[in-house]
Design a protein. Sequence first.
Length: 415
Amino acid sequence: MIKEAIVLAGGLGTRLRDTVPDLPKCMAPVAGRPFLFYMINYLRTQGVERFIFALGYKHELIEEWLATQFPTLDYICSVEDEPLGTGGAIKLACAHATEENVLVTNGDTLFKVDTAQLALMHHSHAAEATLSLKPMQDFDRYGIVETDDNGLVLNFLEKQFCEQGNINGGVYVLNLMSFLENDWPPVFSFEKDYLESRRFRLFGSAQDSYFIDIGIPEDLERAQSELARTPADLGTVDKNWTLFIDRDGVINYEKEGDYIRNWREFKFYEGAKDAFKILGNSFGTIIVVTNQRGIGKGLMTEADLDSIHQHMLKQIQNAGGRVDKVYYCTSTDNDHPDRKPNPGMALRAKLDFPAIDLNRSIMIGNKPSDMLFGRNAGMYTVFAATTHPETPFPNPDIDLRFASLAEFAKALPAP
C-alpha cells in the first residue's frame, strides 16, 4: 500500500474565479465543505497515512483550515514562494517525503482509484511512474493516453473530440529516486516535461471509478450534488452493508468520569442485547470500535479488557446476535491513527474483512468524535442520543439520530 501522498493544492483556479473568488481551487466549497475535505478522507480510506500539501496561492487559508479541520492528521505543507509549475511543486514537496514511492494527486480532482491496484502495477513492472487512467466516452476536454496490452504508456494525444478512450486521471505513483536524479529546472510542468517527454518508463492502470474534476464551473456544480452525503436510506441496508458500533454509551452504560475496568461494571443498555439479533440479520458484518485509554493510563490491563469483551460477546451470542470483531485503541495520544476520530480502526477492519465497503457502512456512536470517525472513513453516521442528547441535530456530521441502539435496530427493515 502507498502510505504517503503529495497533494498539488497551489492552483489559482482561474476558470473558477467568477464562481469561487479569492480561494485556492481545492478550497472551493462543495456541499458545505472545501473540496479538499473529500479528497483527504478518500485517500485515508485507501491507506494513506501521511500527506504533503504542495501549496502556493493563498496557502495561509489552506494551512489554517487543515489545522482546524484535521488537527490529528499527519501532514506537512510545502509552500512555493512563486509559481513553480506542477513539476517544480512536486520537486519541492519531495524534500519532505519519507517513502521510496509516493502517491501524487491534483487537489482539484477526485478519482476514487484503488491505490493498491495502482501500486501493484507500479511495482510489478518496475515503473518509474504509474498513471491512473479513467475510461471516458464522447469527450473533448481531455487528451488520450495510449498504452499497450501490458499497460506500458506509448503516447499522449492532444485534446480533441473522442468517442472512447482512457484519459489521465491525475493520480500517480511516483518513484522518487528516479524522478529526483534528473536535473530539473526550478520551474517545469510535470505533465509536459516529465510524463510526455517519452524519456521514462511509465505504465497506466485503467480503473472505471468515480471521477470529478472541478476545474470548470459546470463540474463544480455537478460535484455539489454528487458529493453531498444524504441520510442513509435504511431500506437499502442488506448483507452488503457493514455496521460499526461504539461501545461505551451505545452498547453499555458509560461510567461517568472513569472507565469500565472489569466485567462487574459492564451493564448493557435496555434492549441492546436483543438489538444485536436484529442487527445480525440485517448487516453482513458487525464491528465494534472503541477507544480504551484506561489501558494506556495504566488503570486496567489489556487482559481486563479482553475479559470484558469475551463476556460481552458471549451475552450477545446467547441473545441470538453476533459481533464479527472488536477493535480498540489504548493509546493516550490523540494523534494515534487508531484513536477516534482518526479512521485507523475502520481501515484495519477493511484489511481483515476485504468485503467491507466503507461507502456502504454505518457508524453508530454517542459522541461527536464517533461521528467524525465515520465521516473520516467515508461512512454514514447514526447518533445515539444516550449520553449527549444536547448535540445539535441536524448536523453536518450526523445523518440519522435515534434515542438508542435498540431504537435504531427497530427502524431497520425486516430481512
